[in-house]
Design a protein around this ligand. Structure first.
Ligand SMILES: C[S@@+](CC[C@H](N)C(=O)[O-])C[C@H]1O[C@@H](n2cnc3c(N)ncnc32)[C@H](O)[C@@H]1O
Length: 295
């Protein structure tokens, strides 16, 4: 490891400690938080190929997650481009769309730029990620985007939301029924579009991933599409469109297998690729749920 990298690591560790202490006492020095976010951007390669020196707790604010969020600000994900195509027929000018679990807002920023005449509001349970999202937003010229703190399990009643989007969030919370019920009852949108891990048969798997070296716990749940439809039907909605997300680039397997990091394997005699992260097969889907009486 080069001297400068060691130095950055130490600096980053220091910021991480400050962040954790600040979080404990609900104090967030804005600049430190932002510097930590920027540092994480520079550290991601190192982190993926070397044993991590970070010790972090559960949440999407830990060092590996900050890297995940900051990478999206540098490069829009293939899945975000595909998600935009999927929602395009539903997104109407003059309407409001809520993004649940927006993180630091990179994907929603791309979506809001694509549909400038629609109003987008991103919520995330993490106060700190929303702080970072708003710091980014303050430097960007975009009129149709806002970020606020909000919890998918305790949503506030909102009126006049036409659509809900949620990217890479539903499979990373502990269950399906409660959050979906919250969306149906509290938001009551005309349509909901989510990306997540799903299975066509009537089987759901709850998977809690424990990353030992980072002391990080994360759900990677795969939900039955039939169960999703049943829950939707109960609240007067139905699953109207289901599309597997087929990635069209190769991602090589990381040398260091100690962290969750997506890679692909080409399926023999097919143009399709399996997407794998750590020990988990990722059954990526985009799903559209709409009010039954709309059609
Ligand atoms: C995998 S990240 C996805 C972030 C973003 N949607 C994206 O595509 O980059 C999952 C996000 O869900 C948020 N989240 C987890 N539980 C939540 C909850 N109960 N309510 C709202 N957001 C939640 C996390 O803080 C995190 O930012």
């Amino acid at each position: 490891m080069s001297l400068s990298l060691t130095y950055i690591h130490k600096l980053y560790q220091h910021f991480n400690t400050v962040l954790r202490l600040s979080a404990k006492f609900a104090l967030f020095p804005r600049n430190l938080l932002e510097i930590s976010f920027i540092l994480s951007t520079n550290l991601h390669l190192h982190l993926l190929y070397n044993k991590s020196v970070f010790k972090t707790s559960t949440s999407w604010e830990d060092s590996l997650s900050l890297i995940y969020h900051s990478k999206q600000w540098m490069e829009t994900k293939q899945s975000t481009y595909a998600f935009v195509k999927f929602i395009k027929p539903k997104v109407m000018a003059g309407k409001k769309v809520l993004d649940i679990g927006c993180g630091t807002g990179a994907a929603l920023y791309y979506i809001a730029k694509t549909f400038p005449n629609t109003q987008f509001n991103g919520i995330d349970k993490s106060k700190n990620l929303i702080l970072l999202a708003n710091q980014k937003l303050a430097k960007l010229e975009i009129a149709n985007l806002k970020f606020n703190q909000g919890n998918l399990f305790r949503l506030k009643k909102l009126k006049q939301i036409d659509g809900v989007v949620s990217l890479q969030t539903i499979s990373w919370v502990k269950e399906l029924r409660k959050p979906m019920t919250q969306i149906f009852k509290k938001i009551n949108p005309n349509w909901i579009c989510m990306s997540g891990l799903f299975y066509e048969g009537d089987i759901s798997c709850k998977t809690l991933v424990y990353d030992h070296s980072l002391e990080r716990e994360v759900y990677y749940n795969t939900y039955s599409l039939k169960e999703l439809n049943r829950i939707s039907n109960f609240y007067g909605y139905k699953l109207t469109k289901v599309k597997p997300f087929k990635i069209d680039i190769d991602i090589s397997e990381p040398k260091n297998k100690d962290h969750m990091s997506t890679f692909t394997i080409q399926i023999a005699d097919s143009s399709d690729r399996l997407q794998i992260s750590g020990p988990i097969l990722l059954n990526w889907y985009f799903v559209m749920i709409e009010k039954s009486n709309n059609s």
